[in-house]
Design a protein around this ligand. Structure first.
Ligand SMILES: NC(=O)c1ccc[n+]([C@@H]2O[C@H](COP(=O)([O-])OP(=O)(O)OC[C@H]3O[C@@H](n4cnc5c(N)ncnc54)[C@H](OP(=O)(O)O)[C@@H]3O)[C@@H](O)[C@H]2O)c1
Length: 262
């Protein structure tokens, strides 16, 4: 783990070193451009466990600069064991969001993964608790809206300009043949619509915004019977993210890259 301030000093130092090395003739500008193309800076929300932690692990292992957020950084032991920066973030708390974006002022972010989410299981309309339902919308829908809004300067400064919203197949209206999961389905369906609208606005600036279903994954949320390990799911999603082109802007895909019907 590295603290943000130390990391930014390290980044500036590394940038200065790259420059001096280039002048010294040991590395060319093309070498640096090539290296920058394959990696970059990724920010992952909810990176202390589950799918977010696996995203952090894989991106760090691939040499990316990883900013992983956690609601309680002091308890994010598995994340802290990785070569990543940890930033405190509760996606429902505007002061926490503002503090995060301030701490990242002047930085660039190539890929934003809006991953943090909650999944209350409510199967009957009589059992819908409006406070819980509201909380689900606050985390799963308004969370990504607020984070994207707060980090726009850093994303605009990034090379890749990729915004990845982690949705669910349960958000698909067409595939909803079984009912159940009040609140969760709606929160992710609204996230999908946000993604599409954002894609239409930011596409002309070179952004690629997608909404990505991770599959059914063995995490606290997915449970022990889920079909995929976090590693399998994230390996697939990273491939999708790596291969995203302008044609993908505003699409709804699964972790294999397959199109999911709205
Ligand atoms: N697992 C699946 O089968 C599956 C399937 C489809 C979609 N998804 C989606 O994939 C994403 C990750 O799911 P997961 O399986 O990894 O879930 P998970 O294991 O339950 O982890 C959820 C993460 O979100 C964070 N989080 C929750 N509320 C937050 C808040 N208010 N502010 C900031 N962070 C918050 C949690 O932090 P704390 O530790 O502090 O609670 C945790 O890091 C979610 O968006 C989920 O809807 C998962």
């Amino acid at each position: 783990m590295k603290f943000t301030s130390l990391r930014s000093i390290a980044v500036q130092f590394a940038a200065a070193m790259s420059l001096s090395l280039a002048f010294a003739g040991t590395a060319t500008a093309d070498d640096h451009a090539e290296a920058a193309k394959d990696t970059g800076t990724v920010l992952i929300t909810g990176a202390n466990r589950g799918i977010g932690l696996e995203f952090a692990r894989q991106y760090a292992a691939a040499g990316w600069t990883v900013i992983g957020t956690a609601r309680k950084p002091d308890q994010a032991t598995e994340l802290a064991a990785l070569d990543v920066e940890i930033v405190q973030l509760d996606v429902t708390d505007q002061s926490s969001i503002d503090a995060m974006s301030e701490s990242l002022e002047g930085r660039s972010i190539d890929v934003l993964v809006n991953n943090a989410g909650i999944f209350p299981r409510v199967g009957q309309i009589e059992k819908v608790d409006i406070d819980d339902y509201t909380q689900t919308l606050l985390v799963n829908t308004l969370g990504p809206v607020r984070i994207t809004q707060a980090l726009l300067p850093q994303l605009r400064a990034g090379d890749s300009k990729k915004i990845v919203n982690i949705t669910s197949q349960l958000a698909s209206i067409e595939l909803n043949t079984g009912g159940n999961f009040y609140g969760y389905r709606e929160s992710k369906a609204a996230l999908n619509m946000f993604t599409k609208t954002l894609a239409l606005e930011l596409g002309p600036e070179g952004f690629i915004c997608i909404t990505l279903h991770p599959g059914w994954v063995r995490t606290d949320m997915g449970g022990a019977n889920a079909t995929l390990s976090p590693e399998e799911s994230v390996t697939g999603m990273r491939k999708v993210i790596d291969n995203m082109t302008a044609d993908d802007n505003g699409v709804y895909r699964g972790f294999h890259g397959d199109i999911v019907p709205w």
